[in-house]
Design a protein around this ligand. Structure first.
Ligand code: NAP
Length: 285
């Protein structure tokens, strides 16, 4: 695992094919990190509206609807090609760019469920499959990285440097990437669900919407900061809040009796099963 690096980070020219929510977040992360991108970043989307949404210093943002040659122009000289389109669009996009890719340029996909084998079958280049998460938009993401056999040490280092601009990088074998997705990819949704439920309970206890939000938001942020600053695990921090025979203990007993512990594993196994279904659907598409 590697965490955000201190500048100066130097990256080679980057082409981003599909810079929507996630691809755009990574572009923004690179820009905000102060990394030097030699040769700059060229991002391509289909529509001008999407291209305009990515107005960042040092980023050339092109739209295919007004510039059909935008993809080839973006790829010219690019040593790092970030594929940020929806999973269903990845195979066709790789077929389309095969001839325009610079020899040896690293192809980095963020698409869920699209395997390294699927991508390597379409381009002769080294290929990396990644799974970022949405806190990447505030540079607190976790990105799982699985490199194909064609990727050398320099390529691995490049991918680390890229995703460290938006948070923490965890390298793992490809067969673990769906599992990582069920924890870190879907994880923000689990946390938001807990926040929703705590907010609803706070409202039921008479707090207005603004105060309920403040109480819940600051409690999550404070607890995360406390954990980050301490050298013990969450179970120990929980014990420190839970006095014997106290009020917190009563609440925890209710949550445990409702099966909270096993529920998380069950939920994540359900998420993993669905990821595998979707990957099978994509492979058959
Ligand atoms: N969002 C997440 O939380 C998340 C997390 C992990 C991984 N991912 C992965 O990230 C990828 C993108 O998801 P997203 O949520 O960012 O979707 P998104 O916001 O819809 O972004 C996709 C972008 O691709 C553009 N596009 C489509 N076809 C293109 C083409 N042929 N050439 C260039 N650009 C093209 C679209 O442009 P137009 O809108 O102008 O058509 C759009 O801006 C997916 O593969 C997903 O699995 C997302």
């Amino acid at each position: 695992m590697t965490s955000p690096a201190e500048p100066p980070v130097v990256l080679p020219r980057i082409a981003v094919l599909g810079a929507g929510s996630m691809g755009g977040a990574i572009v923004a992360g690179v820009v905000e990190s102060g990394a030097t991108v030699e040769g700059g970043i060229t991002a391509v989307n289909r529509t001008r509206a999407k291209a305009d949404a990515l107005a960042l210093p040092g980023v050339e943002s092109l739209a295919l609807e007004e510039d059909p040659g935008a993809t080839s122009r973006a790829l010219a000289g690019a040593r790092l090609v970030l594929v940020g389109v929806k999973p269903a669009g990845v195979p066709a996009l790789l077929d389309e760019i095969r001839e325009a890719l610079e020899p040896g340029a690293l192809v980095v996909s963020i698409a869920a469920g699209v395997t390294i084998a699927t991508m390597e079958a379409r381009v002769p280049n080294p290929v990396v499959r990644t799974m970022p998460n949405t806190p990447s938009t505030v540079r607190r993401g976790v990105t799982g990285v699985a490199a194909g056999d064609r990727v050398d040490a320099a390529g691995r280092a490049l991918v680390h440097a890229l995703f460290e601009t938006v948070g923490t990088v965890v390298e793992l074998p490809e067969d673990r990437i769906d599992a990582l997705g069920t924890v870190a990819g879907s994880g923000p949704a689990y946390v938001f669900l807990l926040m929703e439920e705590m907010t609803a309970a706070a409202r039921a206890m008479g707090f207005d919407a603004a105060d309920a939000r403040t109480l819940v938001e600051e409690t999550f942020a404070g607890a995360s900061a406390l954990l980050a600053a301490s050298d013990v695990d969450p179970a120990e921090l929980r014990r420190r809040v839970t006095s014997p025979k106290g009020s917190t203990e009563r609440a925890i007993a209710v949550y445990q009796a409702a099966g909270l512990a096993g529920m998380f594993e069950e939920g994540m196994r359900a998420a993993l099963a669905r990821s595998r279904e979707m990957a099978a659907e994509a492979a058959g598409a």
